[in-house]
Design a protein. Structure first.
Length: 140
């Protein structure tokens, strides 16, 4: 899975020692550029990846990640771990961050008319003039 956005926060680096040796992990928060922006926390695991990706607050990035869940004391928690983070030119964020057309119940996308091509329709048809001066203009 992939998500593109701007890095808005960086959490402190965590490290420790396991049976396999030392480890480091750092979490970041990105915000999308959708009409209703979404935020996502993701982690980068491993000192080599932390150095290679070199994620900084304020950067526009494309994050490739895996989602996993684990259970602890009867509760479930999600883990979003990045396996690749690529810096993106901020001028091109609209290309991959473009909204996806809505999907209908039969798995087809709905297409909206392009207003520049004259295909846009008003949400309601124009009201026609009524014959006579009828004060009661209710339809029933």
């Amino acid at each position: 899975m992939e998500l593109q956005g701007k890095v808005i926060a960086e959490m402190p680096e965590k490290s420790g020692t396991s049976a396999r040796g030392e480890w480091k992990v750092k979490e970041y928060v990105i915000e999308t550029h959708d009409q209703y922006p979404r935020k996502m926390v993701f982690s980068v695991f491993g000192e080599d990846r932390l150095q290679r990706f070199n994620v900084q607050v304020g950067q526009e990035v494309l994050v490739s990640f895996d989602i996993d869940a684990h259970e602890y004391n009867g509760r479930w928690f999600n883990s979003i771990r990045a396996f690749y983070v690529r810096q993106v030119d901020p001028a091109t964020y609209g290309v991959q961050g473009a909204p996806v057309p809505p999907v209908t119940s039969d798995n087809t996308t709905t297409q909206q008319a392009d207003p520049q091509q004259g295909g846009a329709q008003a949400p309601f048809p124009p009201q026609s003039e009524t014959a006579g001066d009828n004060a009661d203009d209710l339809p029933f």
